[in-house]
Design a protein around this ligand. Sequence first.
Ligand code: NAD
Ligand code: 0WE
Length: 268
Amino acid sequence: MEPLLSLKGKTALIFGVANDRSIAWGIAQELHRAGCTVGFSYAGEALGKRVAPLAQSINSTFVEPCDVADDAQIERLFGQWKEKFGSLDILIHAVAFADRNDLKDFFYTTNRQGFHLAMDISVYSLVAMARCAVPLMEGRNGSILTLSYYGAEKVVKRYNIMGVAKSALEASMRYLASDLGPMGIRVNAISAGPIKTLAASGIGEFRSMLKHHEKSSPLRRNVSQEEVGKSALYLCSDLASAVTGEVVHVDCGYNIMSTPPPNEPEGE
Ligand code: NAD
Ligand code: 0WE
């Protein structure tokens, strides 16, 4: 009898690998380990040089550039996928971008252009990808997964426009789940705890954020890319066949905690 979690004979298209620290790479490795055929799309030529050897290390033969700000590039990418594989079972959306200047100080200073940029790359791209994936997932019980963060739910200092974008991303995920459910396609999000990736580098005081997370979460530690990968594997597999429209927190429990009472110093 086949194990419940085998992804043998299935294919996954992954957006958002920049390097070996990317959350998307953690997900790719777990999907590959479960027997899935994995393909990659990356942002720019510079990243292609980084992604190609990673892809090769898990026998991936699909590595194509795609700027998700451009509908034509997204459509071309899915066209290339259709030509090579004919169908798609799993789509991973691990892409986010905002102007660096909008990730400091205040939210109220965000201008129209910065607001649009963050929403376009970090939110609309999921809708555009899902639309392209639908015909390829027909009759295959497809699964779509995106990556969110706690800043969607509560104000996180300096996360600003990205928090607003993640709220919209989670809502978009639910509307997509409603639309695509009748076709057997599930759509979910993982809300990951802070992880030191390229997107997290250069964020002021990220190290102290990790420390804070470590001492405040029930599990008293931070999350790894591999752990996000394992939850992604569950959500994309038959184990989660009745799970859709859900935000799964993979954050060592951080999100359930209130602030510590004043008589209990945070340092302990
Ligand atoms: P990362 O830098 O490794 O990945 C971000 C990816 O977005 C990169 O591969 C980048 O090339 C891609 N990207 C940006 N603009 C793009 C564009 N126009 N077209 C195509 N691709 C584009 O960082 P990460 O932390 O692995 O981020 C992956 C996802 O996880 C993001 O959605 C992020 O918001 C989310 N997330 C990260 C953390 C964290 O602490 N690192 C926590 C929760 C959620
Ligand atoms: O979603 C993210 C990061 C998103 C991100 C990061 C950057 C840095 C480089 C989007 N756009 C850019 N643009 C750049 O030019 N995370 C969940 C990681 C993260 O980023 C933060 C965090 C955390 C956590 C920013 C401020 C506060 C906390």
